[in-house]
Design a protein around this ligand. Structure first.
Ligand code: FES
Ligand SMILES: [Fe+2]
Length: 384
C-alpha cells in the first residue's frame, strides 16, 4: 500500500474511532441458510470456482528458485506448480503420461527433473517428457506427445494463480479488479514461507471465510486473545469487484496522532484482511502475512479443507526470531481454531435445525454482505 493510500486509510480509521463509527453497508443483507448447507450449491461452487477457477494457489515466495515446486489436490484435480529455469511459473496436472502415477508429492526443489516413482519416466521443469526407461519397448512414440498436461498459470503482484482445468489464459488484473498494485506493494515475492498447516473442519468452506469478515465479534469472542490488540468497533471496507479489503485498527494506532503525516507507517498499526475471490483470505498482520486457502471437502456442503500459511519478511536468522513467528502462529491458531471454529461448527449444525431460513448481516458487517453477494452473483443465484 503506497504512502498516500496509507495516510488516507489512517485518517479514515482515526476519524472512525473518534466518531465511534465503522464502515457501513447500505442495507441489511439476508443470506439464505442454504448457502451453507445446499448440496446443489456446493456442486455448482465446485464446478464454477474450484474446477474451472482460476484460484490463487500460493505466493511468489512459495516458489523461491528455479525447480521449486508445490502440489495441491484440494481444488479437485491433482495439481503441480513449478518454477522453471527462466523463473516463470508452470501449472500441470500431476499425472504421469505413462499410466497415471503422481510425479511429485508435497513441495520442495527439483534440480531439473520430475521422475515418476513407478517406472521412472522423467519430465523437465517445463513438463516435457525428457526420458522413458526401456525406451525401445515403446516403439516410435513421440516424446513431444507425452508431456505433462498443462494448466493455465500466471504470476503477478506476488500471487500465483492456476486454473485447475484446461481453459483460457489467466488475467490476474481482471481477477483482482484494481487490487493488484496494492497487493504488489507488499513485495510478497521477497517474503519467506515460514509454515503451512492443513486443517480439516466440519464447516462449509464459506463459513471459514466469514470468520475473517467482521470485527463485531472480536471484543466478545476473542476478549482473551486478540481483543487486547485490535479495536473491535471500527473497520474500513472497500470492494474491488468480487474481492475486498477490510482494514482494522490496532490498539497502537493512536501513536499516529503524535507522528507527522509524512512519517506515518499506517500498516504497522492495522490488520488488513483481503479476500482474493473466491476462496483465499490474505491478512497483513502489521509485520507479516498470513493466508487461508479454503476448499470444500467431503461429499456435501458441510466440510472444508484449508492451507493456513504464515510468511515472514525475511528468513528467521536466530532462535529468537523463530520463537517470535512460532508465537504468532500459536496466537493465530488459538484465536481461529480454538475460538472461531468451535462456534462456527455449532452454527453449521444449527443450520439444519429449521430455526431460520436466513442469517442476517448487519450494516456494520459490510464485508460479509459484499462477499456473499459476490458468491451469489457469480453463481447466478442473486434474487433466487
Ligand atoms: S506410471 Fe509413471 S512411469 Fe509408469
Ligand atoms: Fe474471529
Amino acid at each position: 500500500m503506497n504512502h498516500a493510500m496509507q495516510v488516507e486509510l489512517g485518517q479514515e480509521l482515526l476519524s472512525a474511532l473518534d466518531g465511534r463509527r465503522t464502515a457501513l453497508a447500505d442495507d441489511l443483507f439476508r443470506n439464505p441458510v442454504s448457502d451453507y448447507v445446499s448440496a446443489d450449491q456446493v456442486k455448482l461452487e465446485r464446478e464454477r470456482f474450484f474446477r474451472t477457477g482460476p484460484l490463487v494457489m500460493g505466493l511468489s515466495c512459495d516458489l523461491p528458485a528455479p525447480g521449486s515446486y508445490m502440489t495441491n489436490d484440494f481444488a479437485g484435480p491433482p495439481i503441480l506448480i513449478v518454477r522453471n529455469a527462466e523463473g516463470g511459473v508452470n501449472g500441470f496436472l500431476n499425472v504421469c503420461r505413462h499410466r497415471g502415477t503422481r510425479v511429485a508429492e508435497g513441495c520442495g526443489v527439483s534440480k531439473d527433473r520430475f521422475t515418476c516413482p513407478y517406472h521412472a519416466w522423467s519430465y523437465d521443469l517445463d513438463g516435457r517428457l525428457a526420458s522413458i526407461a526401456e525406451r525401445r519397448s515403446f516403439g516410435d512414440i513421440d516424446l513431444a506427445d507425452y508431456g505433462l498436461t498443462r494448466l493455465p498459470a500466471a504470476e503477478k503482484d506476488g500471487l500465483i494463480w492456476v486454473r485447475p482445468s484446461a481453459g483460457p489464459a489467466i488475467d490476474p488484473d481482471a481477477q483482482l479488479c484494481g487490487l493488484g498494485p496494492e497487493l504488489g506493494s507488499y513485495g510478497l515475492g521477497s517474503y519467506t514461507h515460514y509454515e503451512t498447516r492443513v486443517l480439516r473442519q466440519p464447516l462449509n468452506w464459506k463459513l471459514v471465510i466469514d470468520t475473517f469478515l467482521e470485527v463485531y465479534h472480536v471484543p466478545v469472542l476473542h476478549r482473551n486473545t486478540i481483543a487486547p490488540l485490535l479495536h473491535g468497533t471500527a473497520a474500513a471496507f472497500r470492494g474491488n469487484g468480487p474481492n475486498l479489503r477490510m482494514a482494522v485498527p490496532r490498539k497502537t494506532i493512536g501513536d499516529l496522532r503524535t507522528t507527522p503525516e509524512p512519517d506515518w507507517n499506517v500498516l504497522r498499526h492495522t490488520a488488513v484482511v483481503y479476500v482474493l475471490f473466491p476462496n483465499v483470505v490474505l491478512i497483513w498482520q502489521g509485520d507479516h502475512v498470513e493466508t487461508w486457502r479454503v476448499y470444500p471437502a467431503g461429499d456435501g456442503a458441510n466440510e472444508s479443507l484449508m492451507h493456513v500459511s504464515l510468511y515472514a519478511p525475511e528468513e528467521p536468522a536466530t532462535e529468537k526470531a523463530r520463537r517470535y513467528w512460532d508465537k504468532n502462529m500459536d496466537l493465530l491458531m488459538r484465536t481461529v481454531q480454538d475460538e472461531d471454529f468451535p462456534l462456527a461448527a455449532g452454527m453449521q449444525r444449527a443450520f439444519g435445525s429449521g430455526a431460520q431460513d436466513h442469517v442476517t448481516f448487519g450494516r456494520n458487517e459490510p464485508a460479509l454482505a459484499h462477499y456473499h453477494r459476490a458468491i451469489r452473483t457469480e453463481l447466478g443465484l442473486m434474487g433466487g
